[in-house]
Unconditional design. Sequence first.
Lengths: 160, 779
Amino acid sequence: MSQISLNINGKTTTADVENRTLLVHFIREQAKLTGTHVGCDSSSCGVCTVLLDGNPVKSCTVFAIMAEGHEIKTVESLAPGGVLHPIQQAFWDQHGLQCGYCTPGMMMTSIALLEQNPNPSEHEIREGLSGNLCRCTGYNNIVKAVQQAATAMSTQAADD
Amino acid sequence: MTTEKHAMGKSMKRKEDPRFLQGKGNYIDDINLPNQLWMALVHSPYPHANIRGIDSSAAMEIPGAVAVVTSKELNAYKVGWLPTFHGLDKQMVLADGKVLYQHQEVAAVYAETREAAYDMAELVEVDYEPLPVMADPYKSMTDEVILRPDRENATNHIFNWNVGKKAETDAALEAADHVVKQHMTFQRCHAAPLETCGCIAEFDAMGRLQFYVTSQAPHVYRTALFLVLGIPEDKIRVISPDLGGGFGNKVPVYPGYVCAIAGALVLKRPVKWIETRTENLTSSFARDYHMDIEIGATKEGKVTALKVNTVADHGAFDAAADPSKYPAGMFGIVTGSYDFPNAYANLDAYFTNKMPGGVAYRCSFRVTEASYAIERAMDILADELKIDPAELRRKNFVQPEQFPYQSPLNFIYDSGDYEKTMNVALERIGYKELLKEQAEKRARGELMGIGLSTFTEVTGAGPSKHFDILGIKMFDGAEIRIHPSGSGIIRTGSKSQGQGHETTWAQIVAEELGLDPQNFLVEEGDTDTAPYGLGTYASRSTPVAGGALALAARKIREKARKIAAHVLEVSEHDLEWKDYKFNVMGAPSKSITMQEIAFAAYTNPGENEPGLEATLYYDPPNMVFPHGTYVAVVDVDRDTGETKVRRFLAIDDCGTIINPMIVEGQVHGGLTEGFAIAFMQEIAYDDEGNNLATNFTDYLVPTSLESPSWETGHTVTPSPHHPIGAKSVGESPNVGSPAAFVNAVIDALSPLGVKHIDMPLTREKVWSAIRNAEALAAD
């Protein structure tokens, strides 16, 4: 067991964990943030995606102890004060979710994608999201949601 | 003047989404109870073996270890076996003396933490004596090795099912100008929702079972638990929280559930169990039908007879999730959209050393297999008769004036206009231009294919005279309560897994009552509060629960009429419901809205019973029959065998549409699952019975990159008997699309002489088919 302190959404959580504890389990069980999900055991599905220093990572593929000293962001950070982030608003507007299970990971990857490429083509969106599986939507509306968010975020950036 | 519909038919954004978007969904693994134990399962590495002994001493040395349970302990409590849903077989909870398939559950371990439970599972020592394996139904039908000596008859043959007229069909085939025959397999698949199954079982201080579980059918679970465990139903509360997809995978009662409940009972602590992905993919399956189909036709292409012989691989237990009287589900829909004067379907099911199941994966009980068979066979017939596949279909469609249509295999189709739907699709896709382009490409040796599927489904099980599960008739209940302010709560026995019931149910009720759909709370999944219902699978929610909701709302409206008459001081016969309010006939200025009536129901009901609520159980008079035309356009790379789906258009007719946005979303999702089945998914086994697809690196789910961009549209032919004319749509795209994809690829390869390839049409299979065809041509 090791005591570790992780910075998740700007808040520090300290806990004793086994060295083999996965970051996703620390987030869900020690930090009690259950918006980040688990969907496979092979790093295939991406429902556990969080941002580690702004980069999307599958948190089932990171040991919790490796995340010390890094800044972790989860879906719970997106709507401070209850105002939806443009990506959340876009997923809602475009019917980009059905069961909601892949949605948090899908949105975190989308945010990182738009940070790196504020105006992606459809192909770039499809390529950028290809590490995140969705079993319900068939991706059409997820692509539309990312396009809507790209427009909203670039307008927002221009206004700032 | 009538007011435009105010709730039905609108693309209202989903009411459930804000919690999902903020990571506040409440899925099974998000629930933790104080003092809970974790459970893990030990699985067999052998597909068929005697168990000579189980040693749990090393496992119990793990810090945090609490208990190990095997069939011995379960049998002592008489819960070692559970009945399958149709009641015709029983299934081991934990391997009892022998294992019958790879990954079968052999022992359950309980520990203080998840990690300790997994460590324990690794250390349970099982002494196996391997036995000969029957991994193929054509092998097991020889009865060389009897897989289920526990059953009365020493045979691997489970049942025969047939429907239609054999002699007449054989005679018609004999007399036909032309007969096509094809063997085709609909491979073993898995629904694979992104959230696996799981549960938490707790007995409270009063000895009452609180069972949180990923269930598409919570009430059925409650009754099943009574039947298996003997716990009175009032001592069982089943709570199905938010589900991360289901697609049929969350219908069966899995052995892990029984082990968790048994553990909670004996250890007197809550027990939590969450499936691993491998456990999810190896505990049940769908499809695995091996079909020989024959169509007889005149030389002009008018069909005269259809005959299908099927070998069904049911795995180690007959656990197919079919209604009791339908061991082959709705396979009788195999005559599809066509007017066959003669038809006969015959099916034999066999045990094999494979996981049990036959779940209705995004399919109304074997409709997918049937639809695939007929739509493929019609294309083969078109190819042999050199008739355009669209024209062949046009010649043979059941005509609008034939409805209600008595099919030769015992269904009464409610409504449809197949030709209209196909015409819309052909027009929109630009069929003529595509044929021209294809002819030019063929001249250059390029492989372009166009594939059609003009399918008909049967959904909405079902009328109580035919349909039951465990003896329980397949109706559904709905309860609506209207509050004094005109808002309300809606409860049904259905259970959304992402279909958006919290939105569409509110739209149905709001439309019937002229109230605001935003002001309805929809609650499902808690057997303490929801009225009894058989759950959500087999596209039965809108046809059955949706009908119950509309009729419950009308019951409220009739009561509201009496209150309105009291408030307006007129006779109730002088009132008419128009433009979403009660109007006094002949006095246009006098009217009252439902919101005003709701308030009066609690403040001024007069002689009427106060309050405004209704509970109603709906027993549908018939099934519903959605249909559609799908068109796939593909380009196949002659050198690599790679298929690119260039376009895919789905025109669906699901009757009355409640929420177009949600309908379109359902179609997109189902098409993507159909695409996966057509091109990449299969739970394959080797000859030794090893399961070759046990995680997402082998059982492939399409990503955004390879999924086509879907085009959709619709025609509307309402169901004449459904209270709002609705049919269903969630499963249509999964039922109708595999044939369109395969027809397109075979069409592309047809200049080479390729007649058929079984799914999945992987690059390797297509490449091999091209090379073989070229080799044959060179000979």
